[in-house]
Write a protein that binds this ligand. Sequence first.
Ligand code: CDP
Length: 790
Amino acid sequence: MTTLQREDNDQHPVGHGRMLRKEDPRFVRGRGRYCDDVQLPGMLHLAILRSPVAHARIVSIDTSAAEALPRVKAVITGEGLAAQGLAWMPTLSNDVQAVLATDKVRFQGQEVAFVVAEDRYAARDALELIDVEYDLLEPVVDARTALAPDAPVIRTDLEGKTDNHCFDWETGDEEATAEVFERADVVVTEDIVYPRVHPAPMETCGAVADYDRVDGKLTLWSTTQAPHAHRTLYALVAGLPEHKIRVISPDIGGGFGNKVPIYPGYVCAIVASIVTGKPVKWMEDRSENLISTGFARDYIMRGEIAATREGKILAIRTHVLADHGAFNGTAAPVKYPAGFFGVFTGSYDLEAAYCSMTAVYTNKAPGGVAYACSFRITEAVYLVERIVDCLAHDLDMDPVELRLKNLLKPEQFPYTTRTGWVYDSGNYEPTLREALRIADYQALREEQARKRERGELMGIGVCFFTEAVGAGPRKDMDILGLGMADGCELRVHPTGKAVVRLSVQSQGQGHETTFAQIVAEEIGIPPADIDVVHGDTDNTPFGLGTYGSRSTPVSGAAAALVARKVRDKARIIASGMLEVSVADLDWVKGSFQVKGDPGKAVTIQDIALRAHGAGDLPDGIEGGLEAQICYNPSNLTYPHGAYICVVDIDPGTAAVKVRRFVAVDDCGTRINPMIIEGQVHGGLTDGVGMALMEMISFDEDGNCLGGSLMDYLIPTALEVPDWETGFTVTPSPHHPIGAKGVGESATVGSPPAIVNAVVDALKPFGVRHADMPLTPSRVWETMRGNHTPP
Ligand code: CDP
């Protein structure tokens, strides 16, 4: 069922429109505590020497001058690490990555050596004194040439490796899809590139490692979105006992997937602390972050769509060439090497679908991270929403009409896609109609027709997306063998205040507020009286962390269920206090009342005191009021949304201006509408960046051309319009409170809407497709028929 949900209701913490963020007083007063704020007595500083070239054999490294510099405590090379068996580490995708290069460097910016010094400046100065002799090798820069027979082999470290092949993957039914394509009236094919972009969080990555030689305990403050998973990996790599490792993820200045992988810098900081016996801090700078940490996308896709002449979509087929860089550093569930790209069938009712994928190694930084998306869903949605627009172009059909004709109907849910995903719930048409209403679509088309007559370039782009978020059911989702269930603990103190401990980790999404709201809704304690603890493996239960909008679908469910467990116990205690049976009690927001006698009641606070106090409790009930849970989701959640973008293009400069953007999102039950709106605004802004400005590109020698924010342009308030948002509510049937994720929806849905709008504006030039980023020069060339893919 879809509804336009109430905007606020004082009785319900969940869905309360005016609930402000509990964490903001700390942030707006500058009292947030980030990794770089950690100062420990005697702390040393670490800086990393990085490769200036993309592909070369290391002939020699001379560290003597660096070691002689005053205030330098240690200089470590790959050889030094190799002696300890630490030169290589596993990636989250079952590959290995060099912590420090030993044999070769494989991308520009790769870690070659590190210096530990008394201060940051001495460490950096010493880097310049390390003399490395490189024997240059030909780099592989273009994924399209990576598998050429004469291409230089990058991963010579892998035994028997004779090419740059990383993996193959397929999904769907190849034969059935070919059969549908044979008999279709219309087949449209388009080559579509999703270029390499970078999550570019405001805070770069870093760590402070503190190894205590006396008790053998390692404490690591680090910028991680997944502290528990990282702890387990450190135990495996460094051979330290897991209970002797504490990972603390303090306030994080944005992650967007960039802080999921384990970077060599973290491991170097740990090694440095073990070697020196002192705490060691490593904080990378902006360029290091942009050139060496997890990039996103880099998919070269051929999309094909088959349809009837009337516009009934029959099948979609795609082949993807995936550029994974020098090491496969993607974090994706083991069974899904291409993440959740399998949802490329989109929101449509198809007869067949098929995808084949080849992933290759190139001399670029590793990554393929889920940049504000659930494991490659951004790429999948971009493909389907672009190719559907190409079909509309060839059929000369309105893109909205084409989508309305093909959207899944509410009675088809739960819907199993042709690639095996089970969409939990959806009611698509009202969402699209709401977007059309807000945008006044008809009026926009009329305005466009008038402007076209005058030679003005106005475009209207539509995108309808379905996401798969909330990884995931442990029966088929794990990362390196770690199941994707999430723990949650709730403890109510004697005075009725509570603390909830989560395994997920906020990077600015407002978990301290929304998780308090979820628990408050379930046990009637006001959100202000509930503290949320996260980001500390010693103080929170195990779980796989925050990325891919999994916090609400997985940990949000855990928080609701743990609160219900506490409530169940509270009911039994209340029955003893009121001397009635549990069946005779009604739960009325924060208290148990005797049925038919509301005057006889005890509040949750009364019950908490009794649970901890003197006097008898009902038989078999232990003292205290707390519970814990490990929640294993039965399915992912599938939010959806309809976006409409209006652009104007200056025919003289080819500059694109996003004039209007309407985003109607359906994330099921809405916990905090204000936070959702913030998440959507941020994601839409990200989308403008990717569609119009951002790209990590390389020259033919493999030099990264996007290593600073002067070259890698990220959007500001100047580039974005006033966002117009709306919503519908189609609860998830399997989530305890019906909530789906929302954090990534806007990043996923906005690039296709913007590109579709630009292509629509360029229709008079016969343009059917243009690749991102749609910079003025690219649009200019496209207008002149000279479009070249990135
Ligand atoms: O995993 P991540 O926190 O990045 O994404 P999410 O689960 O989509 O949640 C992002 C923020 O939006 C969190 O503060 C959620 O609690 C909030 N949210 C909400 O208020 N209602 C929803 N239905 C989904 C998310």
